[in-house]
Design a binder for this molecule. Structure first.
Ligand SMILES: [Mn+2]
Length: 317
């Protein structure tokens, strides 16, 4: 059975508003009732409590803003994921900013301790920065680096404070949760040199929007299956900025030439039907950046409902 987990923290984002992502999806979904609507039944939702930012600009934290609070969020999200899986549920996470995904990965690794976990990261960005390499200091650009325990000192441009290094170490933990070559990007198109360095160093998979169109989704999915063949568990994280800004402006860091809604839908439906996929996340929905109506909430809501329908079919077999 599916369980929604709502994590409305936006501490890792540079732009305000993604903490309203859950309400944007929920209100869009109440207008389109279908079988899956009972997942919005409040008795079946885990709401992870968020932490307030202290809100005081602290120069010691310029290379990882709100890192103190994000350490707490990682722990809370991890516990929620572990509880959901212990309870035999399939966690579907609706999250504010993408830094929260790092906590989900920690929870998955704790739940599937002896399993090899693959990541399918559907995103315009690689999210591979560390406090040493980040140009912005926004932690939503770092969750994949925390999963692979990577500082990327070779590409360092910053000298983070000792306090940051200590807190960052708490996000990384003692061991790598994911082997870097078990990471596949889909829709990637805004990558900084420091991230590109790691992608090539470790042979991570990259599938662009153009490749998806030229070769077709099926062939790309075949390649992803081959790359993740040795993984037992797959986590799919869907950042709505993987989609084209013409779909909606309702996300903090939009990038041109993204997926169309139907392309995202086809991808998510195939992945939801795959037996190794054990957790799916929707993230970076920011309704405050949509100038009129709730288009991102509508689109993300449709993707979520159709994904849940595929999951329900798969899980009821
Ligand atoms: Mn992202």
């Amino acid at each position: 059975m599916i369980q929604l987990i709502s994590v409305m923290s936006e501490l890792g984002a540079g732009t305000e508003g993604s903490s309203d992502g859950y309400s944007a999806i929920a209100s869009a979904s109440y207008r389109h009732p279908m079988d899956s609507i009972d997942v919005f039944d409040s008795s079946n939702i885990i709401k992870v409590d968020t932490v307030k930012s202290l809100g005081i600009p602290n120069p010691d934290f310029e290379h990882s803003k709100n890192l103190n609070e994000i350490v707490t969020m990682y722990n809370r999200i991890s516990v929620a994921i572990e509880n959901s899986i212990l309870d035999n549920k399939f966690p579907v996470v609706i999250s504010g900013d993408h830094s929260n995904a790092g906590g989900t990965i920690r929870g998955l690794k704790k739940s599937y301790i002896n399993s090899r976990i693959g990541l399918i990261w559907i995103d315009a960005h690689a999210d591979l920065h560390s406090p040493f390499t980040t140009p912005s200091g926004n932690v939503h650009g770092m969750p994949v680096a925390t999963a692979i325990k990577e500082n990327n000192i070779d590409s360092a441009i910053n000298k983070p404070s000792d306090e940051i290094i200590d807190l960052w170490g708490q996000l990384l933990g003692d061991e790598r949760r994911v082997i870097p070559s078990d990471i596949v990007y889909v829709g990637l198109r805004s990558v900084e040199d420091a991230e590109s360095f790691l992608i090539h160093k470790y042979g991570m998979g990259v599938h662009t929007v153009n490749e998806l169109r030229d070769r077709g989704v099926d062939r790309v999915i075949n390649d992803i299956e081959t790359q993740l063949d040795n993984c037992d568990v797959i986590y799919v994280s869907f950042d709505v900025d993987s989609m084209d800004p013409s779909v909606s402006n309702g996300t903090g860091t939009p990038v041109e030439n993204g997926l169309k809604k139907l392309e995202a839908l086809e991808l998510l439906k195939i992945l939801a039907s795959h037996s190794k996929v054990k957790c799916i996340e929707f993230t970076e929905i920011n309704p405050s950046l949509d100038s009129k109506g709730n288009p991102m909430g509508e689109v993300a809501g449709q993707l979520l409902r159709e994904t849940i329908n595929c999951l329900n079919k798969r899980l009821s077999k």
